[in-house]
Design a protein around this ligand. Structure first.
Ligand code: ADP
Length: 354
């Protein structure tokens, strides 16, 4: 096991596309770190640089206490699990898992012990004689993970490992991966574009956009205190509602709403008098109340709660209410925002105002 340290890492591809800008991340030994962001933000490039599959244009990669920046992939003591599993169709589950150890000329008894250990951890013992095509998607994914486990690496890298699975399987595999991490305790760096995977799996999230890290922190930190508009809109589902407003004396005004500031908010926004800012509020913090008129468009029942989509003024807003509601198109209700959960952002820099 080992921690990782990415120091001032940049990646410029041969065609002069800069995919990663000055990436600095500290990953503790045994930590589960998720790199998350939309397609093209540079997360796979970052992972592939850790694996050694891409050169690091500048900067430094430390694994454990060794500088691995120039070290060949096979000598980094890392195992990577890909999105498409890359299993050998003609080999059994057992031999798929044993493959890398055979290449390494391990002793047969060592190979057997490691494969059986992985099979036990992944509950694949009854599948060992099957070929990949006889397995379900989830089982195939577990074999792919098994191939990584037998190598007993210092670090596991996962590149969107669940994105080929259907929604139900994805959520059960998510739990399996979390349990696996608890059992093995190995450092994991995991890439996904799915914010739910990031929130549910990570000890630490690294949220990226356009090749740059936007925020690093525990899931709750990114959720409760997003650094900027990008993180605020990317983390959380349904996404945060945003209003473009102007600070006008003791209120925020826009064409859609007038928001009375309390004393704490007035202090926070003292330097923004007359300026344009963005007010953000998560759907779960738009509650039934008496502050803003809300015209219902669609009522979506999810069982334990209801997503009510509608308008405040002409602005589309989503409210998540913790009970079964039966609103209809055109219903007029009143809502209020949870004052402890409202976010403000500088319109110019997009940074959170704190
Ligand atoms: P993500 O994994 O977040 O979807 P990538 O790391 O794959 O993003 O890509 C980041 C950027 O680098 C994108 O603009 C992509 O087009 C570019 N890129 C990725 N691989 C290459 C490559 N081999 N050559 C040139 N540009 C690349």
């Amino acid at each position: 096991m080992a921690g990782l340290s990415l120091k001032n890492i940049n990646k410029i591809y041969d065609n002069n596309v800069q995919a990663v800008f000055d990436c600095n991340v500290e990953i503790d030994d045994g930590e589960f770190v998720v790199l998350v962001g939309p397609s093209g933000c540079g997360k796979s490039t970052t992972l592939r640089m850790i694996a050694g599959l891409e050169d690091i244009t500048s900067g430094q990669l430390i694994i454990g206490d060794k500088d691995m920046t120039q070290v060949a992939p096979k000598d980094r003591d890392i195992a990577m699990v890909f999105q498409n599993y890359a299993l050998y169709a003609h080999l059994t589950v057992y031999h798929n898992m044993a493959f890398s150890l055979v290449l390494r000329h391990e002793k047969p008894e060592v190979i057997h012990e490691k494969v059986m250990y992985a099979a036990r951890v992944l509950e694949l013992e009854s599948q060992l004689n099957k070929k990949p095509k006889e397995l379900s998607g989830g089982q195939r994914q577990r074999v792919a993970v098994g191939r990584a486990i037998v190598r007993d690496p210092k670090v596991f890298l996962f590149d969107e490992p669940l994105s080929n699975l259907d929604a139900k399987l994805r959520s059960s595999m998510r739990r399996e991966l979390k349990l696996l991490h608890m059992q093995l305790g190995t450092t994991i760096v995991y890439v996904t574009h799915d914010q739910t995977e990031a929130l549910t799996l990570a000890d630490k999230i690294v949220c990226m956009s356009d090749g740059r890290i936007q925020q690093i922190g525990k899931p709750i930190e990114l959720y409760d205190n997003p650094n900027n508009l990008f993180v605020a809109s990317f983390i959380g589902l349904p996404p945060m509602n945003f209003f473009d407003v102007k600070v006008d004396g003791d209120k925020l005004v826009s064409n859609d709403l007038e928001y009375k500031l309390n004393d704490a908010e007035k202090t926070l926004l003292a330097n923004y008098q007359g300026k344009d800012i963005v007010l953000g509020v998560r759907p779960e913090d738009v509650n039934i109340g008496d502050e803003f008129k809300f015209k219902v468009l669609i009522n979506e029942n999810l069982g334990m709660n209801t997503l009510v989509h509608g308008y405040i003024g002409k602005k589309k807003v989503v409210s998540k209410i913790n009970e079964w509601c039966e609103y209809k198109l055109g219903d007029e209700i009143s809502v209020t925002f949870d004052r402890n959960k409202v976010h403000f952002f500088d319109k110019e820099t997009t940074n959170a105002i704190r």
